[in-house]
Design a protein around this ligand. Sequence first.
Ligand code: ADP
Length: 484
Amino acid sequence: MDGLNDQNLFRPYAYIDGSWVAADSGEQIEVDNPANGEVIARVPLLGGAETERAIEAANAAFPEWRAKTAIERADILYRWYELMLEHKRDLGRIMTLEQGKPVAEAEGEIVYAASFMRWFAEEARRIYGDTIPGAKSNQRIMVLKQPVGVVGAITPWNFPSSMITRKAAAALAAGCTIVVKPAEQTPLSATALAALAERAGVPRGVFNVLPGNAKEIGQTLTQSTLVRKITFTGSTAVGRQLMSQAAENIQKVSLELGGNAPFIVFDDADLDAAVQGAMGAKFRNAGQTCICTNRFLVQSGVINAFCEKLAAAMNGDLVVGDGFEEGVNIGPLINEDAIDKVHDHVQDAIDKGAELMIGGHRHTLGGRFYQPTLINGADASMKVASEETFGPLAAVFPFESEEEALEMANDTQYGLAAYFYTRDISRIWRVGEGLEYGIVGINEGLVSNAAAPFGGMKASGLGREGSKYGLEEYMETKYLCMTL
Ligand code: ADP
């Protein structure tokens, strides 16, 4: 790849047991640049046999890795963190090339991704157990935390680096080893991480990356009795399927799935702050994040003012284009299907009576670019009310009362992220407690942080990532009962 300071970070291979390998079949996946559709690399299309080898390697590496002291594991993770920051520019460029997000945003993701390495390096040393009073005076009860074992991770394309580190850093800190299947659209960010893992001193077999046939790899991971934990970020449909597959061997499961985030603006909100929060919560990654606002619920007294201010911000601030171009802050969508879905939601809303304020069409740049779009007067009958758009469509729904807003916000099978803006402290508590969501931004549109628990309720998933809770997901709790 042109323009990298360190060409060795561009690795169109799989990484198993410390070796860079091709597929047994010699088959490959074409990776393209979403900005122009050009093929940028071919990576191996791995299947079940290679996955089994990777699981065996991870299993073989497990005893030695878990036996390291917490501080030894922490030092390696910390070195990995430092290397990611050192190579932020290259990692960002690789990401923009395969994923499309603007380089500044891609570099931002690298910093965020690296922050999980740092966080879990620190947390590795705080894996505490408990002692509990025994049932008899000569009895003692002790609780130990131990790594679950080999982890199978499947990750999406929208955050090609941080969705891996959020899992791998926690798993490695806990003493687990891991087999990662990255999304077929973005394998190069994953293998670049593996290149740095090697330099950081992660022993062979501890971290493996397998681009390949999703279904086959997923089946092999869930059918293996050596894999003790499946962690997945992606669509609810695939999450549901993996969960049922994991039932066979009673594997532990963490799922971070789809969302349908409401962003509620009450009459008493600071509208300028709300618009600023809305821009981040809606348009980051061109609207392709699972915590992106899907529904703006705005109280009737401020709805017109909010729409005008949001329209002004969209017209003034959003620049669509190739992520490598200076000043661009909205890149292409990941593929044609994504464009079709956004357009379908826009068209459906207009057909059902919504008012189109901005955009509403494919961008004049063509390809996978879509105009940032604002519609007002959305209602529950429209697709955008119940399905995740995953693109740059801001749909505004009116409401009258706080009760109605909560009801609308919770009227979905999803429960990942929600946002609300108000200056009333009592309302902050009522609404904060009433929202059936795992993550709630209050007068805040950007909520991701390695120190905080990330995850959803209802069909948005199981378990939490990041924070001290994220480490728990990779550990078993063992109770020792001792008579003196
Ligand atoms: P998206 O629609 O965002 O691509 P997916 O859930 O389809 O979401 O993809 C997320 C990850 O799940 C990707 O790595 C993809 O390859 C993988 N995946 C897709 N289908 C399956 C499957 N049947 N079994 C295991 N993994 C799958």
